[in-house]
Write a protein that binds this ligand. Structure first.
Ligand code: 4NP
Length: 159
């Protein structure tokens, strides 16, 4: 890993999936001796929830597994994020398309799907839980925990 690695998780609203990824990954990262060399953030492709805390249902589901995310506040992704971050990880194909549409041609970082870090996964998208029931938030956590461990393993190889 280089001296510092910056990771940005992106979904649509930045109130359900990407703050969940932010909290899960950051908490698992904290167990690593090289944690201080990695910075984590999250953002949304949309602007509806700028400044808002994570969705209460996402917070409750995360808290049941010991993750705290109440302190996070939503922001919108910017073209400059592609220069600031080494990894820009989209939760689903729509988010990825929105990111590709705003990425400056000269930017160093290409966005990719978070679940593409799971080579054997048949699931490519973290499904949007916003309009569904409680189980959707559990599925989000299951997928995000798996992909976070895959990302940690990749970073560890070069740590
Ligand atoms: P997220 O979920 O992209 O995982 O934060 C959503 C949050 C809000 C909306 C859609 C999805 N919304 O339509 O406001």
């Amino acid at each position: 890993m280089s001296a510092s690695t910056r990771i940005l998780f992106v979904c649509l609203g930045n109130i359900c999936r990407s703050p969940t990824a932010h909290a899960v990954f950051e908490q698992r990262l904290a167990t690593k001796p090289w944690a201080a060399r990695v910075q984590v953030d999250s953002a949304g492709t949309g602007d509806w929830h700028i400044g808002h805390a994570p969705d209460k249902r996402a917070q409750a589901a995360a808290e049941r597994r010991g993750y705290r995310m109440a302190h996070l506040r939503a922001r919108q992704v910017t073209p400059d994020d592609f220069n600031q971050f080494d990894w820009v990880l989209a939760m689903d194909a729509d988010n990825l398309a929105s990111l590709q549409a705003i990425r400056p041609a000269s930017a160093k970082t290409e966005p990719r799907l978070f679940l593409s870090l799971l080579p054997d996964s048949t699931v490519t998208d973290v499904p949007d839980p916003y309009y569904g029931g409680e189980q959707g938030f559990e599925t989000v956590l299951d997928l995000i925990e798996q992909a976070s461990d895959a990302l940690l393993a990749m970073l560890e190889e070069t740590a």
